[in-house]
Design a protein around this ligand. Structure first.
Ligand code: ADP
Ligand code: MG
Length: 320
Protein backbone atom coordinates (compact mmCIF):
# COMPACT_ATOMS: atom_id res chain seq x y z
CA UNK A 1 0.00 0.00 0.00
CA UNK A 2 2.81 2.32 0.91
CA UNK A 3 4.32 2.58 -2.56
CA UNK A 4 1.05 3.36 -4.34
CA UNK A 5 0.34 6.04 -1.77
CA UNK A 6 3.80 7.54 -2.19
CA UNK A 7 3.31 7.64 -5.98
CA UNK A 8 0.02 9.45 -5.46
CA UNK A 9 1.68 11.95 -3.15
CA UNK A 10 4.48 12.58 -5.64
CA UNK A 11 2.08 13.08 -8.54
CA UNK A 12 -0.07 15.55 -6.64
CA UNK A 13 2.80 17.70 -5.39
CA UNK A 14 5.00 18.06 -8.49
CA UNK A 15 6.97 21.29 -8.39
CA UNK A 16 10.27 21.83 -10.14
CA UNK A 17 13.14 23.53 -8.34
CA UNK A 18 16.69 23.81 -9.65
CA UNK A 19 18.15 23.13 -6.22
CA UNK A 20 16.42 19.73 -5.88
CA UNK A 21 18.99 17.36 -7.37
CA UNK A 22 17.03 14.31 -6.26
CA UNK A 23 13.53 14.39 -4.76
CA UNK A 24 11.02 11.72 -3.69
CA UNK A 25 11.99 8.17 -4.63
CA UNK A 26 15.49 7.45 -3.38
CA UNK A 27 16.71 6.75 0.15
CA UNK A 28 17.24 10.45 0.76
CA UNK A 29 16.76 13.69 -1.11
CA UNK A 30 19.83 15.49 -2.45
CA UNK A 31 19.59 19.25 -2.24
CA UNK A 32 21.86 22.17 -3.11
CA UNK A 33 22.13 25.10 -0.70
CA UNK A 34 22.98 28.32 -2.58
CA UNK A 35 26.36 29.88 -1.82
CA UNK A 36 26.25 32.46 0.95
CA UNK A 37 22.96 31.21 2.37
CA UNK A 38 22.35 29.51 5.69
CA UNK A 39 19.68 26.86 6.14
CA UNK A 40 16.81 27.48 8.56
CA UNK A 41 15.00 24.25 9.45
CA UNK A 42 11.88 23.58 11.50
CA UNK A 43 9.46 20.73 12.17
CA UNK A 44 5.95 20.65 13.61
CA UNK A 45 3.57 17.79 14.28
CA UNK A 46 -0.21 18.05 14.06
CA UNK A 47 -2.35 15.73 16.19
CA UNK A 48 -6.10 15.45 15.73
CA UNK A 49 -8.07 16.96 18.59
CA UNK A 50 -4.99 18.83 19.82
CA UNK A 51 -3.81 20.96 16.90
CA UNK A 52 -7.03 20.88 14.90
CA UNK A 53 -10.59 20.02 15.95
CA UNK A 54 -12.06 16.62 15.09
CA UNK A 55 -13.99 16.92 11.86
CA UNK A 56 -11.53 19.34 10.21
CA UNK A 57 -11.36 18.55 6.49
CA UNK A 58 -8.25 16.74 5.21
CA UNK A 59 -7.53 19.66 2.84
CA UNK A 60 -7.49 22.12 5.73
CA UNK A 61 -5.29 19.79 7.80
CA UNK A 62 -2.79 19.44 4.96
CA UNK A 63 -2.74 23.21 4.46
CA UNK A 64 -2.30 23.91 8.16
CA UNK A 65 0.49 21.36 8.60
CA UNK A 66 2.58 23.28 6.08
CA UNK A 67 1.33 26.72 7.15
CA UNK A 68 2.51 26.40 10.75
CA UNK A 69 5.95 25.39 9.53
CA UNK A 70 6.20 28.17 6.94
CA UNK A 71 5.23 30.52 9.75
CA UNK A 72 8.32 29.40 11.69
CA UNK A 73 10.51 30.12 8.67
CA UNK A 74 8.78 33.51 8.25
CA UNK A 75 9.63 34.36 11.85
CA UNK A 76 13.31 33.70 11.04
CA UNK A 77 13.21 35.79 7.87
CA UNK A 78 13.95 32.68 5.81
CA UNK A 79 12.80 31.97 2.25
CA UNK A 80 11.11 28.54 2.17
CA UNK A 81 12.48 25.97 -0.26
CA UNK A 82 11.91 22.33 0.69
CA UNK A 83 9.57 20.24 2.83
CA UNK A 84 9.33 16.70 4.17
CA UNK A 85 6.03 15.06 5.10
CA UNK A 86 5.67 12.21 7.59
CA UNK A 87 2.19 10.70 7.46
CA UNK A 88 0.79 8.18 9.91
CA UNK A 89 -2.59 6.74 8.95
CA UNK A 90 -4.74 3.95 10.44
CA UNK A 91 -5.29 2.58 6.91
CA UNK A 92 -4.34 3.35 3.31
CA UNK A 93 -7.20 5.74 2.63
CA UNK A 94 -6.59 7.36 -0.79
CA UNK A 95 -9.42 9.88 -0.44
CA UNK A 96 -8.02 11.18 2.82
CA UNK A 97 -4.46 11.22 1.50
CA UNK A 98 -5.55 13.10 -1.65
CA UNK A 99 -7.26 15.73 0.49
CA UNK A 100 -4.31 16.15 2.84
CA UNK A 101 -1.83 16.31 0.00
CA UNK A 102 -3.94 18.69 -2.11
CA UNK A 103 -4.29 21.14 0.78
CA UNK A 104 -0.56 20.89 1.41
CA UNK A 105 0.27 21.30 -2.30
CA UNK A 106 -1.96 24.35 -2.69
CA UNK A 107 0.04 26.29 -0.11
CA UNK A 108 3.36 24.76 -1.23
CA UNK A 109 2.83 26.11 -4.76
CA UNK A 110 2.02 29.58 -3.42
CA UNK A 111 5.47 29.65 -1.84
CA UNK A 112 7.43 27.57 -4.38
CA UNK A 113 8.12 24.84 -1.82
CA UNK A 114 9.11 21.41 -3.16
CA UNK A 115 8.08 18.27 -1.26
CA UNK A 116 11.33 16.32 -1.42
CA UNK A 117 10.56 13.31 0.75
CA UNK A 118 8.90 11.93 3.82
CA UNK A 119 7.67 8.82 5.49
CA UNK A 120 4.40 6.88 5.39
CA UNK A 121 3.45 4.53 8.20
CA UNK A 122 0.43 2.82 9.70
CA UNK A 123 -0.84 4.00 13.10
CA UNK A 124 -3.09 6.57 14.76
CA UNK A 125 -3.66 9.55 12.43
CA UNK A 126 -0.92 12.16 12.76
CA UNK A 127 1.24 14.22 10.43
CA UNK A 128 4.57 15.95 10.75
CA UNK A 129 6.01 18.43 8.30
CA UNK A 130 9.60 19.63 8.25
CA UNK A 131 10.65 22.67 6.24
CA UNK A 132 13.95 24.11 5.06
CA UNK A 133 14.50 27.70 4.05
CA UNK A 134 17.37 30.00 3.08
CA UNK A 135 18.58 33.06 4.86
CA UNK A 136 21.68 35.10 3.93
CA UNK A 137 24.49 34.24 6.36
CA UNK A 138 24.10 36.03 9.68
CA UNK A 139 20.78 37.70 8.81
CA UNK A 140 18.26 35.39 10.50
CA UNK A 141 15.65 37.16 12.66
CA UNK A 142 16.10 35.77 16.15
CA UNK A 143 14.20 36.15 19.42
CA UNK A 144 17.09 37.53 21.40
CA UNK A 145 17.74 40.91 19.76
CA UNK A 146 15.11 43.18 21.40
CA UNK A 147 16.45 46.20 23.35
CA UNK A 148 14.77 48.67 25.73
CA UNK A 149 13.22 51.47 23.69
CA UNK A 150 12.38 49.28 20.67
CA UNK A 151 8.77 49.46 19.46
CA UNK A 152 6.69 46.25 19.48
CA UNK A 153 4.65 45.50 16.38
CA UNK A 154 2.33 42.76 15.19
CA UNK A 155 1.16 41.99 11.63
CA UNK A 156 -2.51 41.60 10.72
CA UNK A 157 -5.03 41.00 13.49
CA UNK A 158 -4.95 38.85 16.64
CA UNK A 159 -7.45 36.55 18.35
CA UNK A 160 -9.46 35.47 15.32
CA UNK A 161 -8.16 31.89 15.29
CA UNK A 162 -8.97 31.57 19.01
CA UNK A 163 -12.44 32.90 18.18
CA UNK A 164 -12.69 30.25 15.45
CA UNK A 165 -11.69 27.58 17.97
CA UNK A 166 -14.44 28.68 20.34
CA UNK A 167 -16.92 28.34 17.48
CA UNK A 168 -15.52 24.91 16.60
CA UNK A 169 -15.89 23.85 20.23
CA UNK A 170 -19.45 25.16 20.38
CA UNK A 171 -18.67 27.70 23.15
CA UNK A 172 -20.60 29.98 20.80
CA UNK A 173 -22.77 27.88 18.44
CA UNK A 174 -21.34 27.95 14.90
CA UNK A 175 -23.74 29.34 12.31
CA UNK A 176 -22.52 28.48 8.78
CA UNK A 177 -24.80 31.20 7.39
CA UNK A 178 -22.96 33.90 9.37
CA UNK A 179 -20.09 35.44 7.40
CA UNK A 180 -18.21 36.50 10.56
CA UNK A 181 -18.42 32.93 11.90
CA UNK A 182 -17.05 31.59 8.62
CA UNK A 183 -14.23 34.18 8.68
CA UNK A 184 -13.14 33.14 12.15
CA UNK A 185 -13.25 29.42 11.32
CA UNK A 186 -11.13 30.11 8.24
CA UNK A 187 -8.53 31.86 10.38
CA UNK A 188 -8.31 28.71 12.51
CA UNK A 189 -8.37 26.18 9.66
CA UNK A 190 -6.39 28.03 6.97
CA UNK A 191 -3.83 30.30 8.61
CA UNK A 192 -1.78 32.51 6.28
CA UNK A 193 1.94 32.24 7.06
CA UNK A 194 3.55 35.70 6.84
CA UNK A 195 6.41 34.55 4.66
CA UNK A 196 6.83 37.72 2.58
CA UNK A 197 6.55 39.91 5.66
CA UNK A 198 9.30 37.89 7.36
CA UNK A 199 11.60 38.43 4.37
CA UNK A 200 10.78 42.15 4.31
CA UNK A 201 11.64 42.48 8.01
CA UNK A 202 15.25 41.32 7.52
CA UNK A 203 17.55 44.19 8.34
CA UNK A 204 14.78 46.12 10.15
CA UNK A 205 13.44 43.99 13.03
CA UNK A 206 15.66 43.52 16.08
CA UNK A 207 13.72 40.40 17.18
CA UNK A 208 10.86 38.37 15.71
CA UNK A 209 8.56 35.44 16.59
CA UNK A 210 5.39 34.00 15.11
CA UNK A 211 2.28 34.11 17.29
CA UNK A 212 1.36 30.44 17.62
CA UNK A 213 0.71 30.14 21.36
CA UNK A 214 -0.79 33.59 22.00
CA UNK A 215 0.65 37.11 22.07
CA UNK A 216 1.51 37.15 25.78
CA UNK A 217 3.25 33.78 25.59
CA UNK A 218 5.14 34.52 22.39
CA UNK A 219 6.13 38.12 23.15
CA UNK A 220 7.16 36.65 26.51
CA UNK A 221 9.62 34.42 24.60
CA UNK A 222 11.16 37.48 22.92
CA UNK A 223 11.45 39.19 26.31
CA UNK A 224 13.04 36.16 27.97
CA UNK A 225 15.49 35.58 25.12
CA UNK A 226 16.42 39.28 24.98
CA UNK A 227 16.57 39.88 28.76
CA UNK A 228 14.01 42.69 28.63
CA UNK A 229 10.36 43.42 29.50
CA UNK A 230 7.50 44.87 27.45
CA UNK A 231 4.68 47.35 27.98
CA UNK A 232 1.56 46.77 25.90
CA UNK A 233 -1.28 49.16 25.18
CA UNK A 234 -4.33 46.84 25.07
CA UNK A 235 -6.37 49.53 23.28
CA UNK A 236 -4.09 49.27 20.27
CA UNK A 237 -4.40 45.49 19.78
CA UNK A 238 -5.52 44.91 16.18
CA UNK A 239 -8.85 43.02 16.24
CA UNK A 240 -10.84 41.93 13.19
CA UNK A 241 -14.39 43.25 12.79
CA UNK A 242 -15.56 39.61 12.74
CA UNK A 243 -13.98 38.91 16.14
CA UNK A 244 -15.40 42.07 17.72
CA UNK A 245 -18.79 41.43 16.16
CA UNK A 246 -19.12 37.86 17.42
CA UNK A 247 -17.47 38.16 20.86
CA UNK A 248 -17.67 41.85 21.80
CA UNK A 249 -14.71 44.15 22.47
CA UNK A 250 -13.66 42.91 25.91
CA UNK A 251 -13.62 39.19 25.05
CA UNK A 252 -12.02 39.95 21.68
CA UNK A 253 -9.14 41.72 23.43
CA UNK A 254 -8.75 38.81 25.81
CA UNK A 255 -8.62 36.37 22.88
CA UNK A 256 -6.04 38.61 21.19
CA UNK A 257 -3.80 38.57 24.26
CA UNK A 258 -4.02 34.92 25.19
CA UNK A 259 -5.45 32.99 22.22
CA UNK A 260 -3.15 31.02 19.93
CA UNK A 261 -2.99 29.86 16.32
CA UNK A 262 -2.98 33.28 14.65
CA UNK A 263 0.43 32.84 12.94
CA UNK A 264 0.98 36.58 12.70
CA UNK A 265 4.48 37.94 13.29
CA UNK A 266 5.30 39.83 16.49
CA UNK A 267 8.53 41.79 16.19
CA UNK A 268 10.52 44.63 17.67
CA UNK A 269 12.07 47.57 15.83
CA UNK A 270 14.52 50.24 17.03
CA UNK A 271 12.84 53.66 16.97
CA UNK A 272 14.96 54.99 14.11
CA UNK A 273 14.13 51.98 11.89
CA UNK A 274 10.33 52.15 12.16
CA UNK A 275 9.84 54.21 8.99
CA UNK A 276 12.03 51.95 6.84
CA UNK A 277 10.35 48.85 8.31
CA UNK A 278 6.90 50.17 7.45
CA UNK A 279 7.99 51.01 3.90
CA UNK A 280 9.43 47.49 3.51
CA UNK A 281 6.21 45.86 4.75
CA UNK A 282 4.15 48.07 2.43
CA UNK A 283 5.99 46.60 -0.57
CA UNK A 284 4.56 43.18 0.34
CA UNK A 285 1.10 44.52 1.17
CA UNK A 286 1.21 43.70 4.90
CA UNK A 287 0.14 46.07 7.65
CA UNK A 288 1.67 46.03 11.08
CA UNK A 289 0.30 47.72 14.20
CA UNK A 290 2.40 49.21 16.98
CA UNK A 291 1.15 47.65 20.22
CA UNK A 292 3.76 48.63 22.78
CA UNK A 293 7.36 49.11 23.73
CA UNK A 294 10.32 47.13 25.02
CA UNK A 295 11.45 48.25 28.49
CA UNK A 296 14.20 47.34 30.95
CA UNK A 297 13.33 44.51 33.32
CA UNK A 298 11.26 41.39 32.70
CA UNK A 299 7.68 40.36 31.96
CA UNK A 300 4.82 42.04 30.14
CA UNK A 301 2.50 44.66 31.61
CA UNK A 302 0.19 47.40 30.40
CA UNK A 303 1.58 50.84 29.57
CA UNK A 304 2.63 52.60 32.79
CA UNK A 305 3.21 49.31 34.60
CA UNK A 306 -0.45 48.38 35.26
CA UNK A 307 -1.27 44.65 35.14
CA UNK A 308 -2.85 43.43 31.89
CA UNK A 309 -6.52 42.54 32.11
CA UNK A 310 -5.98 38.98 30.96
CA UNK A 311 -6.51 35.83 32.96
CA UNK A 312 -4.59 33.58 30.62
CA UNK A 313 -0.96 32.98 29.81
CA UNK A 314 -1.36 31.56 26.34
CA UNK A 315 -2.82 28.85 24.25
CA UNK A 316 -3.44 26.43 27.14
CA UNK A 317 -5.94 28.83 28.62
CA UNK A 318 -8.44 28.06 25.89
CA UNK A 319 -7.99 24.29 25.98
CA UNK A 320 -9.15 23.98 29.57
P1 ADP B 1 12.99 4.13 3.01
O1 ADP B 1 12.44 2.79 3.36
O2 ADP B 1 14.29 4.09 2.28
O3 ADP B 1 12.94 5.10 4.13
P2 ADP B 1 10.41 4.81 1.98
O4 ADP B 1 9.80 3.62 1.33
O5 ADP B 1 9.95 5.20 3.33
O6 ADP B 1 12.00 4.71 1.89
O7 ADP B 1 10.19 6.04 1.01
C1 ADP B 1 10.48 5.95 -0.36
C2 ADP B 1 10.60 7.36 -0.90
O8 ADP B 1 9.35 8.00 -0.79
C3 ADP B 1 11.60 8.22 -0.15
O9 ADP B 1 12.21 9.08 -1.11
C4 ADP B 1 10.75 9.02 0.79
O10 ADP B 1 11.34 10.26 1.09
C5 ADP B 1 9.46 9.17 -0.01
N1 ADP B 1 8.26 9.29 0.83
C6 ADP B 1 7.72 8.36 1.67
N2 ADP B 1 6.61 8.80 2.27
C7 ADP B 1 6.42 10.07 1.82
C8 ADP B 1 5.46 11.08 2.08
N3 ADP B 1 4.45 10.89 2.95
N4 ADP B 1 5.60 12.26 1.44
C9 ADP B 1 6.64 12.47 0.59
N5 ADP B 1 7.56 11.57 0.30
C10 ADP B 1 7.47 10.37 0.90
MG1 MG C 1 11.03 5.41 5.31
Amino acid sequence: MEFRLIDRIRERTTLAREDVRLGIGDDAAVLAVPTGQELAVAIDTLVEGVHFPLGTSPRDIGWKALAVNLSDLAAMGAAPAWALLALTLPQADPVRVDGLVDGFAQLAREHDVALVGGDTTRGPFCLSVAVHGFVPAGQALIRGGARAGDAVFVTGTLGSAAGGLRLAQGVVPFDPGDEAHRDLRARLDRPTPRVRAGLALRGHASACIDVSDGLLADLGHICAASGVGAELDPDTLPLSPALRGVFGNAAARELALAGGDDYELCFTVPGDAVGAMQAALATVGVRATRIGMIVEGAGICAAGGAPLASTGGGWDHFRA
